[in-house]
Design a protein around this ligand. Structure first.
Ligand SMILES: [Mn+2]
Length: 357
């Protein structure tokens, strides 16, 4: 098991690579989508919240991430002694009609195949993604964690419809006609997902890149009037059963699975990590269940984070664990302090497990 760190697009620079390394990370999960692009409602100093206006504008539909751009990031990481563990999330500009089953779906399937080949060429082994129409939505912020540290949470469902031109919290068409995305059924969403896997997994296999599915955060049957895919633990099994490829794997988000109203996060992780289907792990702690939960520090809340790491260790997990989000601590660098606290906790536990403690 390896300790990693996730960096947003605007953090892909020497300062943040040094910070990750100083926290003990050996691996980095890279976000190439700028969630904050032209978005007025989120601050770059913390995770984006997901209000009804979305995070920001999607990227350029004509510009796929290039091999040169990817190779530069890899070289920068290497200079800092860091390995590139994964890219997290496709840009809605590149794949919105795969999610929406729209007219550009075929072309966008080719986009995804091209991106997977380029990741393979540069040696990025994992592509994390979230097959979701509404994405993150309805989160609130407050002094929810120990000592009044500011954290995110949710307080009741959110069913305001998604405006046309937006998917997964980002605006991919700012000129879309007024109105809202028509609701679809869970069966339709699963059909879209199944077709996506069948279309792109052969390329993922050739490229040597594992697709890793994040569950729906927050995990509710519907959000913004649209179905969710993995919103109870057993839907991960349904995903695994859709395609036997070892490249069909999970971005296992401990916090999200713990927010689910049924099942058990430890048993779910034990099952799937035991069967080698977990590509990498998001580790954070929460208190409560969707749609009423609060994020907490890693050592409080409902999850025994130490036990989570033990399960991974016992199952011979060789992937990366990263802190997902963390409460902001009261100081001049609230995000850094919160993340460093989570990293210190995780590093101590992982080192003890590796030493046989
Ligand atoms: Mn997560």
């Amino acid at each position: 098991m390896k300790l990693g760190f996730g960096l947003y697009k605007h953090m892909l620079n020497d300062e943040h690579y040094r910070f990750a390394r100083q926290c003990g990370a050996t691996h980095v999960v890279v976000h190439l989508v700028d969630y904050f692009n032209q978005g007025g409602s989120n601050s770059r100093t913390d995770q984006p919240l997901g209000d009804l206006h979305g995070w920001g504008h999607a990227g350029d539909p004509e510009e796929l991430w290039s091999v040169a751009e990817l190779a530069n990031i890899r070289a920068d990481l290497q200079r800092h002694g860091l390995e590139w563990a994964a890219v997290e999330n496709f840009d809605p500009a590149h794949w919105h009609d795969i999610l929406l089953d729209g007219p550009r779906r075929d072309q966008q399937i080719e986009n995804v195949k091209t991106l997977l080949r380029r990741l393979g060429e540069v040696g990025v082994p994992v592509m994390g993604y979230n097959f979701s129409l509404a994405g993150v939505a309805g989160r609130i912020k407050g002094p929810f964690a120990r000592g009044g540290a500011e954290a995110v949470g949710m307080s009741g469902p959110v069913d305001d419809p998604i405006p046309n031109g937006m998917v997964w919290n980002m605006i991919y068409d700012s000129e879309a006609p007024a109105g809202f995305l028509a609701p679809v059924t869970h069966e339709q969403l699963w059909d879209r997902f199944s077709r996506f896997l069948h279309d792109v997994l052969p390329t993922a296999e050739e490229a040597g890149v594992t697709l890793a599915l994040h569950p729906d955060d927050p995990p509710l049957e519907t959000v913004r009037g649209q179905p969710r895919l993995v919103w109870q633990p057993w839907f991960y099994q349904k995903m695994a059963d859709l395609h036997p490829s070892p490249r069909n794997a999970m971005e296992f988000c401990v916090g999200t699975v713990a927010e689910m109203t049924e099942g058990n996060v430890e048993e779910t992780l034990d099952l799937h990590s035991g069967e080698g289907r977990v590509a990498y792990v998001h580790l954070r702690n929460i208190r409560g269940k969707a749609p009423d939960y609060r994020e907490t520090f890693i050592d409080e809340g409902d999850v025994d984070a130490g036990r989570i790491l033990e399960i991974l260790h016992c199952n011979g997990f060789e992937g990366v664990v990263i802190p997902d989000h963390a409460p902001a601590m009261s100081c001049d660098a609230p995000w850094h302090a919160g993340m460093a606290f989570a990293m210190g906790y995780m590093k101590a536990k992982i080192d003890a497990l590796s030493a046989g403690g």
